[in-house]
Write a protein that binds this ligand. Structure first.
Ligand code: NAP
Ligand code: ZN
Ligand code: ZN
Length: 346
């Protein structure tokens, strides 16, 4: 086994702290890489706090992982030592079901294996990217361009693909009015992609202080959702809302901002189920939909698109010892716009 170190939560009620653990040896199809940066997703916090379901502890979060390959197995074709590499939310899937065959590994009908808080096919728990090294089957490792800032690429592995995928699926672009609900890690990438795809983008935010940033990110409009006058101007206005909110919120209100045939796309995963009145949907034939991360081919497509169009995340680089403070700010909505851990501080 390979000796590794990371930051783990020993239980849902303890803060993250240093923890030594083991990774599997590099198998014939595996790639091992030194983790240089790991993004901090709100899903990390939901999971270490058991907000979704009982987790597997000790838990090392982190699924926005980038670094440099140190070792590859004898059958590995796609990577060699020294290459940049990335891993997102998935480290394995069945590869044989209809969805896997289509490159939708996130929807594997036999259950995909998450990068952490999950179990390998042999039952071993998986550990995430708040650590110094990782070993992953080459099919689940992504190529990263040398062109972009590596730290600012890390969050593309979750925040990037989670917003790119639904915008592509629903073909959001020219002629569409897109609302991005919540300007955090996912939200700020939804703004960048929405603008790049040609939509008119409006940020719907609870934080008036984010207006200037929203405009810098490329948003055409900014609406503070507590301001009745501003809200009136966008009532029955949007074709799509991409909802990145991490906490319970009022669907009846947000659905009133969709125009006829509009779609509210859920990517945020609040801990409690939403209450959605039927009247909010039958009037103007609206839909509520959901989308989960993205498959491997689409994640590579997104990374290549970002390299080509110079799209990276706006990040705040932190030391790993400050992770609990970063979580506290995240809960307050004070993320500008993704914390990324500099793993050299481990
Ligand atoms: P984040 O950086 O904390 O951003 C969430 C934003 O939502 C906040 O910045 C805030 O923006 C807004 N917000 C927070 N509480 C709110 C409330 N009570 N009412 C209205 N708005 C509120 O989180 P993130 O990392 O982007 O993740 C967002 C959600 O997506 C999380 O639930 C996460 O687990 C989920 N997620 C899902 C997937 C997937 O595959 N579907 C993948 C990754 C993450 P304002 O200040 O602008 O209001
Ligand atoms: Zn995530
Ligand atoms: Zn499958």
């Amino acid at each position: 086994m390979i000796q590794a170190k990371g930051y783990a939560a020993q239980s849902p009620t303890t803060d993250l702290a240093p923890w030594n653990f083991e990774r599997r040896e590099v198998g014939p199809h595996d790639v091992q890489f030194d983790i240089q940066y790991c993004g901090v997703c709100h899903s990390d916090l939901h999971q270490i706090k058991n907000e979704w379901f009982p987790g597997i502890f000790p838990m090392i979060p982190g699924h926005e992982i980038v670094g440099k390959v140190t070792k590859v197995g004898s059958h590995v074709k796609k990577f060699k030592a020294g290459d940049l590499a990335g891993v997102g939310c998935l480290v394995d899937s069945c590869r044989t079901c209809d969805n896997c065959k289509e490159g939708l590994e996130q929807y594997c009908l036999n259950g995909s294996v998450g990068t952490y808080n999950s179990r390998e096919k042999n039952g071993a728990p998986t550990y995430g990217g708040y650590s110094n090294t990782i070993v992953v089957h080459e099919d689940f490792v992504l190529h990263i361009s040398e062109k972009l800032s590596l730290a600012a690429v890390a969050p593309l592995l979750c925040a990037g693909i989670t917003t790119y995928s639904p915008l592509r699926h629903w073909k959001v672009g020219k002629g569409h009015k897109l609302a991005v609900l919540g300007l955090g890690g996912l939200g700020h990438m939804a703004v960048k992609f929405g603008v790049a795809f040609g939509a008119e983008v409006t940020v719907l935010s609870t934080s008036a202080s984010k207006e200037e940033d929203a405009k810098k990110l490329g948003a055409h409009k900014f609406v503070v959702t507590s301001d009745k006058k501003q809200v009136k101007e966008v009532t029955r206005y949007f074709d799509f809302i991409i909802d990145t909110v991490s906490a319970p919120h009022d669907f009846k209100f947000y659905l009133s901002l969709l125009r006829t045939n509009g779609t509210h796309i859920l990517v945020g995963v609040p801990p409690k189920p939403a209450e959605i009145p039927a009247f909010s949907l039958m009037d103007l034939r609206k839909s509520v939909a959901g989308s989960g991360i993205g498959g491997l081919p689409e994640t590579q497509e997104m990374l290549d698109y970002c390299a080509k169009h110079n799209i990276i995340c706006d990040i705040e680089l932190i030391d790993i010892k400050d992770i609990t403070k970063a979580y506290e700010r995240m809960v307050k909505g004070d993320v500008r716009y993704r914390f990324v851990i500099d793993m050299a501080t481990l």
